[in-house]
Design a protein around this ligand. Structure first.
Ligand code: SAM
Length: 236
């Protein structure tokens, strides 16, 4: 799939991880844009509330219909109802309605922010909201050499593009200021064979609250689940 879809799938896979089962009830998607992430995360088990926030009010007015239920949603009933809030606003705003959020998502957002707004991001996310998990993605500058005749930035609205070292520096600096969090990095969108040294097209930082951090839970859970017997449900 294209890289933007790989980013949505990566976020979905992380939020669906066994370790969060039933814990991700409220999600905030900052810089939601055209609601691209929405269909990928709306079926995460346990999800009850989604806040989609973007500074571009016109875009929200145009695309918010994408958050409406589809016909198929009425056939496949959810366990819990999902409430979607669409807000025009900035990630710099510490709105009390953000409180109680379990996961904060910022896909390809930070590179669009002016320095004062970028400076406010950790205050809003880690100081104010304090979610269990927060996922950021941004273009990987190291990868740009692979684009033919490339100059400048990937998008005219980008205020910067960071190398892997710069992004990791920004993120680990946040964990120094907010020691309740730990961060891990990965790449999204692999280049062709032989380009591995440049990393992936996008880079991702996953912040997890230390109180909920378990370094190697998956093998254990996977074998446990294989042992479980699946009971057949009778249709009622
Ligand atoms: N996250 C979406 C995705 O991956 O499909 C869209 C990413 S788009 C490249 C960046 C978005 O960030 C734009 O929709 C823009 O309007 C929004 N944005 C820019 N500054 C913002 C701010 N201060 N607070 C919230 N959103 C902002």
């Amino acid at each position: 799939p294209p890289v933007y879809v790989q980013r949505y799938l990566a976020v979905k896979n992380i939020l669906q991880d066994e370790r969060w089962h039933g814990k991700i009830k409220k999600v905030v998607d900052f810089g939601c844009g055209e609601f691209g992430l929405f269909p990928y995360i709306k079926h995460i088990p346990g999800l009850q509330e989604l806040m989609t926030i973007d500074i571009d009010r016109e875009m929200l007015d145009y695309y918010c219909c994408r958050a409406a239920p589809l016909k198929a949603d009425y056939l496949d009933n959810r366990q819990e109802p999902l409430t979607v809030h669409v807000f025009a606003g900035s990630i710099a705003d510490k709105d009390p309605r953000l409180l109680g959020t379990d996961a904060v998502i910022c896909i390809e957002l930070i590179e669009h922010l002016y320095p004062d707004t970028l400076e406010a991001v950790p205050h809003t996310v880690f100081g104010f909201i304090q979610p269990l998990i927060s996922i950021f993605t941004t273009p990987n500058l190291d990868f740009n050499v692979l684009f033919p005749n490339f100059t400048g930035f990937r998008h005219p609205d980008h205020k910067f593009e960071w190398s892997r070292v710069q992004f990791e520096d920004w993120a680990t600096n946040i964990t120094t200021r907010y020691p309740a969090y730990t961060v891990k990095f990965c790449g999204v969108g692999q280049g062709p064979k032989g380009t591995e040294e440049h990393g992936c097209c996008s880079q991702m930082a996953v912040f997890v609250k230390l109180s909920h951090y378990t370094p190697t839970p998956l093998i254990h859970l996977a074998s446990h689940h294989q042992d479980l017997e699946v009971e057949e449900c009778e249709e009622t």
